[in-house]
Design a protein around this ligand. Structure first.
Ligand code: C2E
Ligand code: MG
Ligand code: MG
Length: 589
């Protein structure tokens, strides 16, 4: 044994001895041999026991025969408190019975009086070695516990520890007869992936560390827990609340705190967050449900835009499961041929001719009936299915237009709506070119309706794609114009043919002076840019007159025709003069 090393192991030794002369000698010897040890002493078992319970010494050295409480009794009581207590008995050789009793009680060593110093020192050293071993084990255990319970990057509790903490907090809350509330906040970072992808993972890691710090500053009560769930997701446990409002306050505090940039070496990053909140007992009585519901509420918060919070409510469950069912059936709908196109003409009231026919998508859902696009296009946008779906629409619309042409009807353009995500996909121009070749439709009979959001995308790519499509002879329109963000500068740069004034301005045109002013401005702007302008959503004759007075002759809307199945279109196509300007009525309603 390396005694020099063991000699240095620090700790506390309690020496219990009623013979004060011996006690003095032994203490003196111990202080010399083990200067690193803190030495405690007592003159009977009772006092020894008291010191043991208050000072928790690492080693106990004790005599046996003592007044008030003897060594055997003290050892018994110490062992009852701590079975691993290290005990060395110092006793006279004549006390054989006592020695046997002590050995039975599980002492580590006994040393006979008169004390042989080497034997006594060796016994202490062995005890110290075992103290050392235990400490090492405890440290390793602690390290393992840290790894198992804490996130190594941020030092925050991880999901595992969070689960245990929420379990305990819920048990406590339940004991309080639901008088006190408990909140779970679920949040993630907006655009974290972009930071990681563009600035690299080490910047991403530093950002997460900074976020962890900031979150901790926002939750300063000792009992609050900020945990990292993984990736850029954090969960916060706020136990012992009196009202939901307290949780909302924390959420607002966090959102406000995120308004400040995160300063990490060489970067100043603005990053937002959305927060979902669930409350015990209303939104769940177990940790898993509360976290799941807070997560769901976070998604709802995100739908509202950046930097928002949302409280969970039960209708979300219904909403989420309905959405899931919808999403599943949407995946199969294309294969099952459940989509159809309706067609709505666009007319020039001056000539009375159809100038274009817009293809509008419908889903013939097996149980829900015919669904309009707003019930499934956003979902298809989100899960990417819009790319395939949009391709199907383009193909079906071009095929239909070619079929009308082959049947001998006057040629008109077919207008197809293109969603932003579809436009972003790099292959859009290739896909369209292939479809045109396959269906043998001349590109001049195809019109694409894009929304203003295309202008929010990378301008160079947008211009390149649009130029390529326009060079093919395809007609380009901006749909729902006036609702987006397009600036005149952008519009001037793009090869656009037509602006479609959004129906929201048309609907109140004749009664709301603001709408009239916007419609007038758009019409004038379009004219000065030499663009065609068409008003959509025209429902009543007053609107027709008003628009006509503003020199906007191209219109679309229920006043002329609702979107119709392909089979009903020939009745319009056949008629060269569709709208009779003089009788001021549509030929067919
Ligand atoms: P949009 O392209 O602006 O289409 C016009 C919408 O207004 C159509 O609704 C049409 O039925 C409706 N509408 C037409 N005239 C009137 C009217 O006089 N009054 C009123 N109140 N409404 C009128 P729908 O068919 O429900 O389509 C809604 C939107 O869904 C479309 O708006 C378009 O953005 C999108 N959409 C439709 N089909 C497709 C498609 O194939 N692909 C993509 N990406 N989006 C599509
Ligand atoms: Mg449209
Ligand atoms: Mg529109």
């Amino acid at each position: 044994m390396d005694t020099t090393n063991d000699n240095k192991i620090a700790g506390t030794l309690l020496y219990v001895e009623d013979d004060l002369d011996i006690q003095k000698l032994v203490i003196h010897m111990l202080a010399k041999k083990f200067p690193q040890l803190t030495l405690l002493h007592a003159e009977n078992g009772k006092k020894g026991l008291e010191l043991f319970s208050t000072k928790l010494p690492d080693i106990i050295v004790t005599d046996i025969r003592m007044p008030i409480m003897d060594g055997i009794q003290m050892i018994k009581e110490i062992k009852a408190l701590d079975n691993d207590a290290r005990i060395i008995v110092l006793t006279a050789a004549s006390d054989t019975d006592f020695i046997l009793d002590a050995v039975d009680l599980g002492i580590n060593h006994y040393v006979l009086k008169p004390i042989k110093i080497e034997k006594f020192v060796a016994a202490i050293e062995q005890c110290l070695e075992s103290v050392n071993m235990e400490r090492r084990l405890r440290k390793q255990n602690e390290e393992i516990r840290l790894m198992a319970y804490y996130d190594t990057l941020t030092g925050l509790p991880n999901r595992q520890l969070f689960n245990e903490l929420i379990h305990m907090a819920l048990a406590q809350a339940q004991r309080h007869n639901h008088n006190r509330l408990l909140a779970v906040l679920f949040l993630d970072l907006d655009r974290f992936k972009v930071v990681n992808d563009t600035l690299g993972h080490s910047v991403g890691d530093k950002l997460l560390q900074a976020v962890a710090q900031r979150l901790k500053q926002c939750c300063q009560r000792d009992r609050d827990t900020v945990a990292r769930r993984g990736g850029d997701e954090f969960i916060i446990l706020l136990p012992e609340l009196d009202s939901t409002q307290e949780a909302v306050k924390v959420a607002i505090k966090i959102i406000d705190a995120f308004a400040e940039p995160f300063i990490i070496p060489d970067h100043e990053l603005f990053i937002g967050t959305c927060i979902g909140i669930s409350i015990f007992p209303d939104d769940g009585t177990d940790g898993e449900t509360l976290v799941k519901n807070a997560d769901m509420a976070m998604y709802r918060a995100k739908e509202g835009g950046r930097g928002r919070y949302h409280l969970y409510n039960q209708t979300m469950d219904a909403h989420a499961s309905q959405r899931l069912t919808m999403e599943n059936s949407l995946r199969w709908a294309l294969q099952k041929g459940e989509f159809i196109l309706n067609y709505q003409p666009e007319v020039n009231i001056e000539s009375g001719k159809i100038i274009s026919i817009e293809a509008l998508l419908r889903w013939q859902h097996p149980s829900l009936g015919v669904l309009p696009p707003k019930q499934f296009i956003p979902l298809a946008e989100e899960n990417g299915l819009i790319i395939q779906l949009g391709e199907w629409v383009l193909h079906a619309a071009c095929t239909q237009n070619k079929a009308w042409q082959n049947a001998g009807f006057p040629h008109v353009r077919i207008a197809v709506n293109i969603s932003p995500r579809q436009f972003q996909s790099h292959k859009l121009s290739d896909i369209i070119e292939n479809i045109l070749a396959e269906t043998e439709l001349d590109p001049c009979w195809l019109e694409l309706e894009l929304t203003e959001s295309v202008m929010l995308q990378d301008m160079d790519t947008t211009i390149r794609t649009l130029r390529r499509l326009s060079d093919l002879g395809i007609h380009i329109s901006i749909d729902d114009f006036g609702t987006g963000y397009s600036s005149l500068n952008y519009i001037k740069k793009l090869p656009i043919n037509t602006l479609k004034i959004d129906q929201s301005f048309v609907s109140d045109l004749t009664v709301n002076s603001d709408d009239a002013a916007i419609a007038t401005a758009v019409i004038n702007m379009a004219k000065s840019l030499r663009l065609n302008v068409i008003a959509e959503g025209v429902e009543v004759v007053e609107q027709v007159k008003f628009l006509s007075s503003l020199n906007c002759q191209d219109m679309q809307g229920f006043y002329f025709s609702k979107p119709l199945p392909a089979i009903e279109l020939p009745q319009f196509l056949r008629k060269p003069h569709w709208y009779n300007k003089h009788s001021k009525s549509a030929v067919i309603h």
